[in-house]
Design a protein around this ligand. Structure first.
Ligand code: ATP
Ligand code: MG
Length: 263
């Protein structure tokens, strides 16, 4: 069964793109047919795949605006082995155009993907760091959403609004939308704050069916080549996701400003 997974978090720099690119390469290595959609005008996923974002005749912008079919905008990622729908700055203009449309603007990606969904086992959508019309299109097109979360002080700020948005989309447009989980990125178990953030996220979201997962691509963030990262990520993906062993408030040796604020 094929699956569309959006990687979303309106907070910037939390590892959405790094996760998306490495997940695409890893899933390809496990013999799955993978499509990565760059839905961020920064075009980082496109660049991360070694594709020149400014030299593409067709991009996700054209697809969203209905100027071309999704198949026309796909390019092969040579050393990743998967397909990419690239993006560049033009996507900003597309978002503005979408905002002025009255009907059906949230369904543009979903409708565009319909003819090609069956050609892939997994479609990953790399979202921009904003809860805008592009992210909304991704969430409406998706079967599930994965939320990369950097384990630092402000990590939980905004997560609640993302979860609320997901709930709203579920009740109004896409009842099938699942939360794949919170993915801890740049997590350092030796760091007290990292552990507190994980514990706090666990306490905040455990009643809402939000599992949390370990990030397996620390090396990728250090600029490891895609091929090496693919091998590393493969090991990580083989690992079963586990619910974090969050320390409860009572057995915590020391409560910091962070835990007082978020508990
Ligand atoms: N697991 C990781 N370990 C270490 N560094 C990482 C990891 N994931 C990402 N990084 C680094 O963090 C930075 C931001 O990552 P990335 O661009 O993937 O985040 P993003 O959420 O897509 O950002 P944006 O919101 O701007 O699109 C990059 O420099 C990347 O190399
Ligand atoms: Mg990104």
């Amino acid at each position: 069964m094929n699956r569309v997974i959006a990687l979303a978090n309106q907070k910037g720099g939390v590892g959405k793109t790094t996760t998306a690119v490495n997940l695409a390469a890893s899933l390809t290595a496990t013999k799955r047919r993978v499509l990565l959609i760059d839905l961020d005008p920064q075009g980082n996923a496109t660049m991360g795949c070694g594709i020149d974002k400014n030299a593409q005749p067709r991009t996700s912008c054209d697809v969203l605006l209905g100027d071309c079919a999704a198949t026309e905008a796909l390019v092969p990622v040579e050393y990743g082995g998967f397909m990419l729908m690239p993006a560049n700055q033009d996507l900003t203009a597309a978002e503005v155009r979408l905002l002025t449309m009255i009907a059906g603007r949230e369904f543009k990606l979903r409708n565009a993907l319909k003819p090609i969904r069956d050609s892939f086992d997994v479609v990953l959508v790399d979202c921009p760091p904003s809860l805008n019309m592009l992210t909304l299109n991704a969430l409406v097109a998706a079967d599930s959403v994965m939320v990369p979360m950097q384990c630092e002080y402000y990590a939980l700020e905004g997560l609640s609004s993302l979860i609320q948005t997901i709930d709203q989309i579920r009740t109004s447009i896409n009842p099938e939308l699942q939360i794949e989980g919170l993915l801890r990125t740049m997590f350092d178990p030796r760091n007290n704050l990292s552990n507190e953030v994980v514990g706090s996220a666990h306490r905040t979201f455990r009643g809402q069916g939000v599992p949390d997962h370990d990030s397996a691509q620390r090396e990728a963030g250090r600029g490891t080549e895609l091929r090496q990262a693919r091998a590393l990520s493969r090991q990580g993906i083989a690992r079963r996701p586990r619910v974090s062993g969050a320390r409860g408030r009572d057995d915590s040796p020391r409560r910091t400003a962070f835990s007082r604020r978020h508990d």
